[in-house]
Design a protein around this ligand. Structure first.
Ligand code: TXA
Ligand code: MG
Length: 424
């Protein structure tokens, strides 16, 4: 990928800046053009380590209003302010609790947003009138170079239309926002793939409002104290984080989480004497569950539905074995049947590989791409495996629950529960 400048038919500028070429003279020229657009009150999409952001300077009400218009975002949902030096936390915010400096020193640059009392330079359009502001210092060389050039804090929500999954590639942002923003910086796929952890440090104990790239375990380890979690509004109360009341991440397909898939035993661990490059697969006791999910997909097909399965690298061969009518599961594979973050159709059923269960970060990185692909292949029903809700898995499960609207299906019992998860 080389540095390039293009313009779409709808008038949006595309600046292609590979992260490893951020210091080249060509990239510097594009970054100063993008920074000038932002300073003049325009909107620019830029990469971060989590997802792409839709930026505008945080001190201009007109510029910030353009963000809400481009996304179709409800005006009561506040934006995160992006900075490039940790000390700026104390200018964007005010009366920052002591934990702020400790957390910033340890986790910034990185996928952690700190909610602190808002300072005087941030316009109310950014905070949706709240007395607090979310602040974050992203760990992405292109984002940091851009922010430094702009020289002012930049408000940026995820660069998607309001009801769509956050963009993890520039193509996703172009799909949603072409013609609605001045420019989009394309630096390839983002590393984390899910949004930052939102931590309200004005509360005692500090409270996670949205799980994300920095895990609760990491926060508790550093602070040496328990962290609270408030991921949806308590009954009858307003949510602390207005974003919690909107159903994001919902594909057109009705997605159900598959009961009994959070923990799946793996087999075929390549040990001494194993086939070179052999991959692990789910243990054989997963086969009946895979068969039940496959049978349901076949039934959905007969009802003229377009079914899809959001599987993982280790489980996908089992569904494939059902559709391809294999006599038995081959015990080892030397590579994935479907690449991570992609799908293939078999007998009218779309099979997606979210990534390997051996590394939940991979699943986090591919989740939104797969949710967008459900729409792209016109899936009308989908069945999603769960993952253990530990570490980054907590953020994956949080987004999956939202994509499913809380629907859980138990293939072995045949029951469907809409009350499987609180908050829906
Ligand atoms: O990783 C990220 O955080 C990405 C990248 C672009 O930085 N940004 C992002 O922004 O995900 P957005 O607007 O899509 O999500 C921000 C979330 C919303 O749920 C919003 O309600 C919440 O953070 N939020 C923002 N300011 C807040 C505040 N002062 N108090 C409570 N929640 C806040
Ligand atoms: Mg968003």
């Amino acid at each position: 990928m080389n540095v390039r400048r293009m313009r779409t038919e709808n008038g949006t500028l595309i600046f292609r800046i590979p992260p490893d070429q951020v210091s080249s003279p060509e990239a510097a020229a594009l970054l100063s053009e993008a920074a000038a657009l932002l300073r003049s009150g325009e909107t620019v999409v830029f990469p971060t380590e989590t997802v792409y952001g839709l930026g505008a300077v945080a001190s201009s009400p007109e510029a910030v209003r353009k963000i809400f218009a481009a996304k179709g975002r409800p005006g009561d949902n506040p934006l995160i302010v992006h900075i490039w030096e940790p000390e700026q936390l104390f200018a964007v915010g005010t009366r920052v609790p002591d934990t702020g400096a400790v957390l910033a020193r340890h986790f910034w640059p990185g996928p952690l947003t700190l909610v602190v009392p808002v300072g005087p330079d941030i316009v109310p359009e950014v905070t949706a009138g709240l007395s607090t502001v979310g602040v974050r210092l992203p760990a992405h060389p292109v984002a940091l170079a851009l922010l430094r050039q702009v020289g002012m804090p930049v408000a940026a929500p995820s660069a998607n239309l309001s009801w769509r999954p956050s963009p993890t590639t520039a193509e996703h942002a172009v799909h949603d926002l072409d013609g609605r923003v001045a420019a989009i910086i394309d630096s390839g796929p983002t590393a984390v793939g899910l949004e930052s952890t939102v931590l309200d440090i004005t509360l005692s104990p500090p409270t996670v409002l949205r799980p994300g790239g920095i895990t609760r375990e990491e926060l508790e380890d550093l602070l040496g104290m328990g962290i609270a979690e408030q991921l949806s509004a308590p009954p009858g109360q307003k949510p602390r984080s207005p974003g919690q009341k909107y159903t994001h991440y919902k594909p057109k397909a009705q997605v159900r989480m598959v009961q009994g898939t959070a923990e799946i035993r793996l087999a075929g661990n390549p040990g001494p004497g194993a086939v070179a490059g052999a991959k692990r697969v789910a243990a054989p006791d997963f086969a009946p569950l895979a068969q039940a999910v496959w049978d349901r997909c076949v039934r959905e097909r007969r009802r003229s539905q377009h079914p899809a399965i959001l599987a993982t690298e280790e489980t996908l061969p089992y569904y494939w074995a059902c559709g391809a009518r294999w006599e038995s599961m081959p015990p080892v594979f030397t590579g994935p049947l479907v690449p991570a973050g992609a799908g293939k159709e078999l007998e009218g059923v779309w099979l997606f590989n979210l990534g390997s269960r051996a590394d939940l970060h991979q699943i986090a990185a591919h989740l939104y791409t797969c949710l967008r692909l459900l729409d792209a292949v016109d899936a009308t029903v989908a069945f999603a495996e769960q993952v253990p809700a530990q570490g980054i898995g907590a953020a994956v499960m949080n987004r999956l629950r939202r994509a499913c609207g809380g629907l859980v299906w138990d293939p072995l019992a045949g029951s469907e529960s809409e009350a499987g998860f609180p908050g829906f």
